[in-house]
Write a protein that binds this ligand. Structure first.
Ligand SMILES: *[C@@H]1O[C@H](CO)[C@@H](O)[C@H](O)[C@H]1NC(C)=O
Ligand SMILES: *[C@@H]1O[C@H](CO)[C@@H](O)[C@H](O)[C@H]1NC(C)=O
Ligand SMILES: *[C@@H]1O[C@H](CO)[C@@H](O)[C@H](O)[C@H]1NC(C)=O
Ligand SMILES: *[C@@H]1O[C@H](CO)[C@@H](O)[C@H](O)[C@H]1NC(C)=O
Ligand SMILES: *[C@@H]1O[C@H](CO)[C@@H](O)[C@H](O)[C@H]1NC(C)=O
Ligand SMILES: *[C@@H]1O[C@H](CO)[C@@H](O)[C@H](O)[C@H]1NC(C)=O
Ligand SMILES: *[C@@H]1O[C@H](CO)[C@@H](O)[C@H](O)[C@H]1NC(C)=O
Ligand SMILES: *[C@@H]1O[C@H](CO)[C@@H](O)[C@H](O)[C@H]1NC(C)=O
Ligand SMILES: *[C@@H]1O[C@H](CO)[C@@H](O)[C@H](O)[C@H]1NC(C)=O
Length: 450
């Protein structure tokens, strides 16, 4: 009998530790990841392709193209900055469709002065409206790169450079090292340049194919942790069936610091100090201190459908978010019927779990999320068709699992504060009872086997 008791206690503790470890796993997975790997876009990267198009007397002419292969992370104005370190004493004689930010020390040259003599050049895109004789195809977009889902046609950017004092054959050319990509802040890490099969180009009429003399690729990946240590957006909830509004978690993106005036402002007018770097957010004072809030409101319940209203609010006085994007994970996205004023695309359309959508603004209508203020918000409604087998308003099922704004993970409220159904207490009781019954059943099973 004592043995039996011991056995029961042991099984009970085993069960407990099992559920504890599950709890632990769940809580761990909700921490923001510090790694570059993004489960929603595992192959997401920016690839830089460097094609040597011809050799010159002291070097070569190359076309460099930056492809944004990320599904939902774009680079908005003021755009990308690409840097590298020359392997030898190379100089850039001239450029088209881009320019280096500094010329560097070209004092050893007489007569013909290079465009850039820096060992570590940094290249930026030219602005729209650049004279045609300085343009090449795919250039001059002010460094803006769309995401691959939003528009593959504008997800690439090119410039051309004429390099001197380098090798003049594919045996003597040395590839540059230490590529850096800024957007324009930190976040991207670039790997080494890899010599690959020379690119092939088809003439517009499709009748002739040419090929580069030599090609190398560099792959850069993004890490939210490198970009900024604090999160940059948060999520709040409400529903028609409960008047509780679940706000963004307190201190989701930082805490208000009373001993440090200027860390946030009450309104734009109250902010007098000049903006030193306008890309550091100047946020309105809120309990969450996030530059952006995404609100998910469960608006209506029909027989066959249900309706959600999404509002994105800008709390940053220093930023108009152009071509913003939202990624939302919810199991009902496989039956989304209509998105009323955002563009929509499934980003996992062919996988078994078709639950993730990208939403973005309609051009010239709401593709710009204006700086904080009365106009600093965009909204849309989503209509989902109910799948009788899975649909429920219970246990927060109707709330999203995960939300990204501009590719960065938003802080969700903790599950225990989700708006509950009015009769939630009785449900809690039955589920507690259910747990007890399951526990007893499990024990009985173990008991029977003993
Ligand atoms: C970069 O992204 C492209 C397109 O998704 C993919 O084909 C390629 O394998 C990726 N490169 C790396 C190194 O992950
Ligand atoms: C260099 O060119 C030769 C032929 O001209 C070719 O066989 C070789 O593979 C090329 N090497 C590289 C690294 O591209
Ligand atoms: C490239 O970067 C690495 C690490 O930052 C550094 O050790 C190395 O000296 C750099 N190489 C050159 C040529 O600057
Ligand atoms: C190099 O990059 C280009 C453009 O993204 C891509 O088409 C090509 O497959 C890449 N080559 C390798 C070997 O990754
Ligand atoms: C508030 O700001 C002061 C001065 O910058 C700093 O020393 C302190 O750690 C900050 N406190 C919090 C809670 O962030
Ligand atoms: C945002 O756009 C509005 C209207 O185009 C403009 O007045 C404002 O200065 C812009 N704000 C920032 C921070 O760029
Ligand atoms: C995924 O869902 C979208 C609509 O939400 C639909 O267009 C697409 O066909 C679905 N894909 C699969 C494989 O079910
Ligand atoms: C919801 O979507 C799934 C997968 O796309 C499909 O099998 C199912 O029939 C849909 N349900 C309704 C009610 O449309
Ligand atoms: C609304 O939800 C909260 C949080 O789950 C719950 O405590 C409260 O009882 C609900 N209100 C009503 C009227 O059911």
């Amino acid at each position: 009998m004592a043995n039996l008791l011991l056995f029961i206690t042991r099984s009970f503790f085993k069960l407990c530790s099992f559920s504890l470890s599950i709890l632990f796993l769940i809580s761990c997975s909700s921490f923001p990841s510090t790694e570059a790997y993004d489960p929603l876009d595992p192959n997401g990267n920016i690839t830089i392709k460097w094609d040597i198009m011809s050799w010159t007397s002291d070097g070569y002419v190359a076309v460099v193209t930056i492809y944004n292969f990320q599904q939902y992370r774009h680079i908005q104005a003021p755009g990308w900055k690409l840097g590298w370190t020359w392997a030898k004493k190379e100089v850039i004689w001239s450029m088209m469709g881009g320019e280096t930010t500094e010329q560097g020390d070209c004092s050893r040259f007489k007569g013909n002065i290079p465009h850039c003599c820096n060992k570590h050049p940094t290249v930026v895109d030219l602005l729209p409206g650049t004279p045609y004789n300085q343009q090449i195809a795919n250039c001059c977009k002010g460094g803006v790169l769309n995401s691959w889902t939003q528009d593959p046609a504008t997800a690439a950017s090119s410039f051309q450079l004429s390099v001197g004092q380098s090798g003049t054959t594919n045996k003597t050319v040395r590839v540059p090292v230490n590529f850096t990509l800024k957007a324009p802040g930190p976040g991207y890490t670039c790997g080494p340049a890899k010599i690959v099969k020379p690119s092939r180009f088809v003439t517009p009429d499709g009748r002739r194919e040419t090929q580069a003399m030599m090609t190398w690729n560099v792959t850069c990946t993004y890490s939210q942790f490198l970009a900024q240590e604090a999160p940059s957006c948060c999520v709040s909830f409400s529903s028609f069936y409960n008047d509780t509004i679940v706000p963004c978690s307190k201190c989701a993106c930082g805490c208000q610091n009373t001993s440090q005036p200027g860390s946030c402002v009450e309104s734009k007018a109250s902010h007098i100090a000049p903006v030193v770097n306008s890309y550091t957010p100047l946020v309105r004072c809120t309990s969450h201190m996030c530059p952006v809030r995404v609100h998910w409101h469960i608006k209506l319940n029909y027989k066959e459908y249900w309706r959600v209203k999404i509002t994105i609010t800008n709390f940053n006085y220093n930023m108009n978010y152009t071509q913003w994007s939202l990624v939302v994970q919810h199991p009902n996205f496989d039956n989304l019927t209509q998105s009323f004023s955002f563009n929509y695309k499934s980003i996992t359309p062919y996988t078994a779990i078709n639950d993730t959508a990208m939403l973005w603004g309609i051009k010239f209508y709401n593709d710009m999320l204006l700086e904080a203020g009365p106009l600093g918000n965009v909204q849309s409604e989503l209509l989902f068709r109910k799948d009788k087998a899975t649909f429920t308003f219970e246990e927060g099922w109707a709330f999203p699992r995960r939300i990204y704004f501009n590719g960065d993970n938003c802080v969700m409220p903790t599950p225990n504060v989700y708006p509950g159904l009015p009769n939630a207490s009785s449900h809690q009781l039955t589920s507690a009872l259910g747990l007890l019954v399951t526990l007893l059943a499990a024990m009985a099973l173990l008991f029977g086997h003993a």
